[in-house]
Design a protein around this ligand. Structure first.
Ligand SMILES: [Zn+2]
Ligand SMILES: [Zn+2]
Length: 319
């Protein structure tokens, strides 16, 4: 969780630490609220309802101090639209955009702005994949679902957590849980245009972590990318910590299948040296022979190894 530096103001700062601007486009959008569903309701109808109580949406100023990061291209079909702390990836398919994670509200409102900056605003966002139900990943899901009419891909346990986290959210960070049409199942896949997303439920950080496996392209060449649904085992819950160890072993085995995973799309930028690699990309601009710095198989396995060690440490502590 990061610090929220926002407050009420219209295009000016009321103090040095409270400095925001009102998003006129977000203001113009009528925010709809979704009625939360129960976890046993596996195929509810998406029925957006206008909530008269919804406050006007305030967008945090896009400053480095607030954690804003200029969006950038990673692959032919993948762009970074996240912030300094939490990742969000926009995947371009032949039938629109798929977003992986939605940031913490109100920072989620930077995503549509980022898509516009990248020249992707004319593409429809068809799906929102949520890696788990923590606020920093699911916070913008209902907002983006409403904005784009996208389908939300989330596990049943992820949604349960999202509902609980949304109920606790307050003030400018107040958000609503998304309204998925159904819950994603383990070892299922989804075709969006010509892109296939494979899903694995890999519990341990939370009970409903969702890992994502798909192909990315760099100058026409394909690489296999993997998004680990949650990093760091849950220390409060021994059975989840044990599940984490099993999940990491499973991910390692899956990643080893041909073609092996070589791209670590972690859901936090500090877990895959994202900004360091971004800076290497600009150094390599114009060098056609250079390997894309986001293609780094060793980095993926280092990350998994680190996670396995954390799981073992947790196990030792709990014994
Ligand atoms: Zn989390
Ligand atoms: Zn997180």
């Amino acid at each position: 969780m990061k610090k929220l530096i926002v407050g009420l103001a219209f295009s000016f700062c009321i103090s040095l630490s409270v400095c925001i601007e009102v998003s006129t486009s977000a203001m113009a959008e009528t925010l709809s609220a979704y009625s939360p569903q129960t976890s046993s309701d596996t195929n509810p109808k998406v029925s957006p309802q206008i909530s008269p109580k919804t406050p006007p949406q305030i967008m945090p100023k896009m400053t480095a101090r607030n954690g804003y990061v200029e969006p950038f291209k990673m692959f032919d079909n993948v762009y970074y639209v996240g912030d300094k702390w939490v990742s969000s990836y926009a995947v371009v398919t032949s039938s629109g955009l798929v977003l992986i994670d939605t940031l913490e509200f109100p920072f989620s409102q930077w995503i549509p702005v980022n898509l516009k900056k990248l020249g992707l605003a004319d593409k429809s966002v068809t799906h929102l994949i949520v890696t788990h139900g923590h606020t920093d990943h699911v916070g913008g899901a209902a907002y983006l679902q409403n904005l784009y009419g996208a389908d939300v891909i989330i596990t049943e346990k992820g949604q349960k957590l999202a509902i609980a986290q949304a109920a606790k959210s307050k003030g400018e960070s107040k958000f609503l849980p998304p309204n998925p049409k159904s819950f994603v199942q383990d070892s299922s896949s989804l075709m969006v245009g010509y892109t296939e997303f494979k899903f694995y439920i890999t519990p341990g950080h939370t009970a409903g972590d969702l890992s994502v496996d798909f192909m990315v392209k760099d100058r026409g060449k394909e690489y296999r990318a993997f998004v680990v649904g949650g990093h760091s085992p849950n220390l409060q819950n021994a059975s989840l910590a044990a599940a984490f160890k099993t999940s990491m072993a499973r991910i390692k085995a899956l990643a080893g299948q041909s073609p092996e995973v070589t791209v670590n799309l972690a859901n936090h930028p500090h877990k895959n040296n994202l900004f360091k690699n971004r800076d290497r990309t600009s150094l390599q601009a114009g060098d056609d022979a250079a390997v894309n710095p986001f293609v780094d198989q060793a980095d993926f396995y280092r990350f998994i190894q680190q996670q396995e060690s954390l799981a073992v440490e947790t196990e030792i502590k709990s014994n």
